[in-house]
Design a protein around this ligand. Structure first.
Ligand code: AMO
Length: 464
């Protein structure tokens, strides 16, 4: 009989079904055994009735007919022995054991778990689990990550990745419907793209290679290539030795880049519409489950998102009684939190674009403001108190670009391949990069991107 996933049982009429999954709990009562079986879609109660009575009777008959061949025994005795075997098997099931069960589906309002249960006719142990589970509900995050495949069996954990799937699908759909081209850019590079710090270097035959910190150069290359609008969702690598809740050494970067913009305003407009659509899809599909699992009433952000120039943002934070300690003028994490709280209180919004970053804290490829070259045409996007994205208009004028690279201490010779992109005609363009795990962490009110990354990579974690 073909397997029915548990979530599809409820609409079926009473009758025979086959389900498969892992044993969550076994409740072995005097006269009846209950098994909670879970699969990727949900959990269902299985029941094995009148088991103890059969077992007692079974003890009485054991020894009498056990030696007789099966076809010589009365049919009901064979049935009894099968029932005893089933009872023993269920009694010995360890948490996590994978089983396949055939039985009778029955709708019964009294059953707390979904108002259905399956009366077990046969149960096959497909893959046994060791009796001792190495993690428990109160295990530390680090211990849970050591046993990530078991940790992910928690329904709230798999829900995160169902949400991630919906979110990414919605991003892609939004882009595809608007004729963006999807890129897959190389993650092995001959140079740094963001900064020399945080760069993973590796042997590459006779030379050195670096792991891509961002698809920055290659998504920009699509502009002189005439692609118009592009996106990529792919890994990025940063040799960042920090142990914060928001940094990983490998993360999934969501990137977009568009041609023929007038300024970074056009990038922000695309960015906020994209997010509104993707959050809409998540709320529609998972809103109720998110509230049940994480206690978060997720709302769809309305465009336009508030926009606040960095200098003003600093003033707001200072007026709130917090002195940002960073000498470079950027917001620190506490400053980001306070600014977001202010925006929530005054604009009722979970998102805020912080704009007009000074050139000192932005990379060489950001375009500087016409009429005020101390400021870049760039922004950071904060969501619930944390930076999730950086975006900007790019400098596309080759002579200006070379000057800015030199000013930042970069060797134009090392960047020749990139600079060539700007020598044969290139439209004005801009885009953003956004960390997937950060968006999910903040969306679900979780404490770390380790929870929202399938397999986290950090300075001391390469396993599993
Ligand atoms: P930036 O370096 O700000 O910009 O990165 C963009 C976004 O990527 C995420 N992110 C990270 N997530 C987890 N761990 C990390 N170590 C990490 N580093 C960055 C953050 C961040 O906001 N090329 C530019 C983007 C652009 O201008 O298009 C860039 O990479 O969410």
């Amino acid at each position: 009989m073909t397997r029915t996933v548990i979530a599809h049982l409820a609409p079926l009429p009473d009758g025979p079904v086959t389900v498969a999954g892992w044993v969550e709990t076994v409740r072995d009562q005097k006269k009846v055994q209950f098994v909670i079986l879970r699969d990727e879609s949900g959990a269902v109660q299985l029941v094995n009735p009148a088991t103890r009575a059969l077992e007692l009777e079974g003890e009485a008959i054991s020894g009498l007919d056990r030696d007789a061949s099966a076809d010589q025994r009365p049919a009901d005795r064979n049935e009894q022995e099968a029932a005893i075997a089933l009872t023993e098997t269920i009694g010995g099931l360890a948490h996590g054991t994978m089983v396949r069960v055939t039985g009778e589906l029955k709708h019964d309002e009294r059953v707390k778990l979904g108002g259905i249960e399956v009366k077990i006719a046969s149960l096959e142990v497909v893959s046994e689990a060791l009796a001792e589970t190495p993690i428990a509900d109160d295990s530390s995050l680090d211990k849970r990550l050591d046993w990530r495949f078991l940790d992910l069996r928690r329904p709230e954990a798999s829900l995160i990745f169902k949400i991630q799937t919906t979110f990414e699908h919605a991003l892609r759909s939004w882009w595809v419907e608007r004729d963006f081209i999807e890129l897959h850019t190389p993650k092995l590079m001959a140079s740094a793209s963001e900064s020399r710090a945080e760069l993973f270097e590796m042997e590459y035959f006779e030379t050195k290679a670096y792991l891509a910190q961002s698809p920055q150069f290659f998504k920009q290359m699509a502009q002189p290539a005439g692609f118009g609008k592009v996106f990529e969702i792919a890994p990025a690598f940063r040799a960042d030795p920090s142990f914060t809740s928001r940094h990983a050494t490998e993360f999934t970067s969501i990137d977009a880049e568009i041609s023929w913009i007038d300024s970074h305003d056009d990038v922000m407009a695309m960015h906020e519409q994209l997010l509104a659509a993707a959050f809409g899809a998540v709320v529609e599909k998972h809103g109720a489950a998110i509230e049940a699992a994480f206690g978060v009433e997720l709302s769809v952000p309305t465009a336009p998102f508030p926009r606040i120039p960095l200098a003003e943002a600093r003033q707001i934070v200072a007026d709130g009684g917090y002195e940002i300690p960073r000498a470079d003028g950027d917001l620190d994490p506490e400053g980001e939190r306070r600014l977001s709280a202010w925006v929530k209180a005054n604009h009722g919004h979970d998102f805020v674009f912080v704009t007009d970053y000074a050139i000192g804290i932005r990379p060489f490829y950001h375009m500087r403001r016409d009429g005020d070259p101390s400021i870049t045409n760039s922004y950071d996007l904060l969501y619930n108190g944390v930076e999730i994205s950086t975006g900007a208009q790019r400098e596309h004028r080759i002579d200006v670009l070379i000057e800015q690279a030199k000013e930042k201490g970069l060797e134009p010779e090392e960047l020749e391949f990139y600079l060539d992109f700007f020598r044969y005609g290139v439209p004005p363009h801009g885009g953003f990069g956004m960390g997937l795990a950060r968006v999910l962490m903040l969306m679900l009110g979780l404490g770390s991107i380790r929870e929202t990354t399938y397999l986290f990579r950090g300075p001391t974690r390469l396993l599993p």
